[in-house]
Design a protein around this ligand. Structure first.
Ligand code: RB5
Length: 148
């Protein structure tokens, strides 16, 4: 199950990705926003981040105009490693090296065809455990320094 959410700047790209998920019969949950009225990206980045952190999703996708604000927001949630991806190479490395559990896209910087290729690349890539030491360092910091 994929968790997906966006602000108004990412709404159109989210709608396009959801149509693709339906075509591919990939299960997903849409955390909004549900229209192009102006909203605040932290509300959606945090919502998707919290859902993914609870562990019931394969990964999350967050989208705002640039992907920047909503990736920063998702990364405030404990346990989230959100990667802003902008091509197939970064999509691939976000899984291989960072084991990202959320990816961020820019609705005003990335077109649907490219976004689909990136999501496909990320979804089908495999994490390389030789990078675990670095992820453990981030988790350790979070555990020790970021209190509830
Ligand atoms: C909203 O206009 C815009 O600032 C937002 O979608 C995003 O690009 C922020 O990083």
């Amino acid at each position: 199950m994929i968790a997906i959410g966006s602000d108004h700047g990412g709404y159109e790209l989210k709608t396009g990705l959801i149509a693709y998920f339906k075509k591919m019969q990939w299960p997903y949950e849409d955390f909004g926003t549900h229209g192009d009225a102006s909203v605040d990206y932290p509300d959606y980045g945090i919502k998707v981040g919290e859902a993914v952190a609870k562990g019931n999703y394969e990964f999350g996708i967050v989208i705002c105009g640039t992907g920047i604000g909503i990736s920063i927001s998702a990364n405030k949630v404990k346990g989230i490693r959100c990667a802003l991806i902008y091509d197939i190479h970064t999509a691939t490395l976000a899984k291989q090296h960072n084991n990202a559990n959320v990816i961020a896209l820019g609705g005003r910087t990335t077109n649907l065809a490219d976004a689909i290729k990136m999501v496909e690349a990320f979804k089908h890539e495999t994490y390389e455990p030789r990078h675990q030491k670095r992820i453990d360092k981030m988790s350790k910091y979070e555990k020790e320094q970021c209190h509830e």
